[in-house]
Design a protein around this ligand. Sequence first.
Ligand code: FAD
Length: 454
Amino acid sequence: MSTTNLDAALIPALIGAVGSEHVITSRADMEGYTTDWSRRFSGPAIAVVRPANTAEVASLVRICAESGVPMLAQGGNTGLVGGSVPAATGTPPVIISMLRLNSLAPVDELSGQVTAGAGALLGEVQRHARAAGWEYGVDLAARDSATIGGTVATNAGGIHVISQGMTRAQVTGIEAVLADGSVISHLAGLDKDNTGYDLTGLLCGSEGTLGVITAVRVRLHRPVGRTTVALIGVDSYESAVALIHSGATPGYRLRAAEVIDACGMRLVQQVTDLPWPLAARWPLVVLLEVIDGGTGDGLAISLDADAVVGLEPGEQERLWKYRERQSEAFSSLGVIHKLDVSVPLESLAECCRELQKVVAGFPDVQEFGVFGHLGDGNIHVEIFGPKADDVAVDIAVLECVSAFAGSISAEHGIGRAKAELLNLSRSPAEIAAMRAIKKALDPQGLFNPGVILD
Ligand SMILES: Cc1cc2nc3c(=O)[nH]c(=O)nc-3n(C[C@H](O)[C@H](O)[C@H](O)COP(=O)(O)OP(=O)(O)OC[C@H]3O[C@@H](n4cnc5c(N)ncnc54)[C@H](O)[C@@H]3O)c2cc1C
């Protein structure tokens, strides 16, 4: 069937499923859904549909499956690996925007869990939990745009992994629509439940390639209480890594350990009114947050360290801004090659030195900076200069990381950006197993084709 004939049959069916006001077909109105946050990735879609509930999602999946049309589940479109928008070439998909599935059930006080619609924003889930005296363990700078479903679909990391773990560690249940339109709903949130394959764990991090997640149940934590935040200037990655173990006084726990290099510090000052925060200029600035009741007692840094300490929430928020606004600061330059990688901590310093040399070999690179989640060995390598579709420097960086036994994707996922390079982090046997799972759950290959597996 030609695209036009296909659309002629498909669009009325989509309208029948969700109502005409929730089917968008004009290219201009679809723009915000077809171009990603970084503006590096974009591609055409047949339509954007905005279902209100799981039954509507199931109808949409059935309609697309019967027509053999690809589908792309989209949350807040803050993903950074091109998986949240259509490919530039190939058959355009129907984008299923999940933002209307934003219900929040009351917090279950007995289990300390909450069930949320996939389209609820991460920030809304956090505030909902806080209002009930709990805390959700995942936090990241895109909290007020990213959806809880998107963070589950990408197994998002963020700033509290060192203390709370990745998203998968929080998820106790999932509801999802599979490729034939059937619904799996496993939301009882049992902590102990060894009944066969862990479909919840499998869908977590599947980046929309195995099903559409419609609701999630997540565990909450009691608030950690007040903390102390510090920015500390250091001369090397060795010194930065050492702070992960020595930065907290025995008996106290780190909540976050982040790093920003001199390039990131310069750029963040350009997009904000933040001054240089320390007495001297340093190649690296480490941000530590320690759980100590906000007394400063938990922070173990030498008296002659060049540091600024925040005990009060307002001051802490100001110190966090240097780190939280890094993505925005780099993106203010234009289209950035963003490479989210992780390296064993013992190799991080050497790998970062090697990366300097690797990137220096590309004369079109105008800016090269690093920031990220130091405590997890997770750095974001940001490169400005090469054209958006020139991936030579990306490949060189990922090969370098792989040589240090690192992961080519620490927390953002594989998306389209790294699908061809999955072999740098996964063996042929692992990739074959992934392909078998994909084939079994999505035999027509209609869920987000080209993402994770090229
Ligand atoms: C400023 C900024 C800071 C960030 N910081 C971090 C960070 O610290 N840690 C981190 O891990 N990430 C970070 N990210 C990346 C991004 O926020 C996460 O990947 C987030 O989890 C994406 O959520 P989303 O709702 O925007 O999903 P989208 O971008 O819409 O989608 C991402 C992927 O998930 C799939 N998907 C989305 N919803 C569903 C669903 N309901 N069912 C099935 N598949 C679905 C999509 O198909 C796509 O493949 C950051 C991004 C920005 C812009």
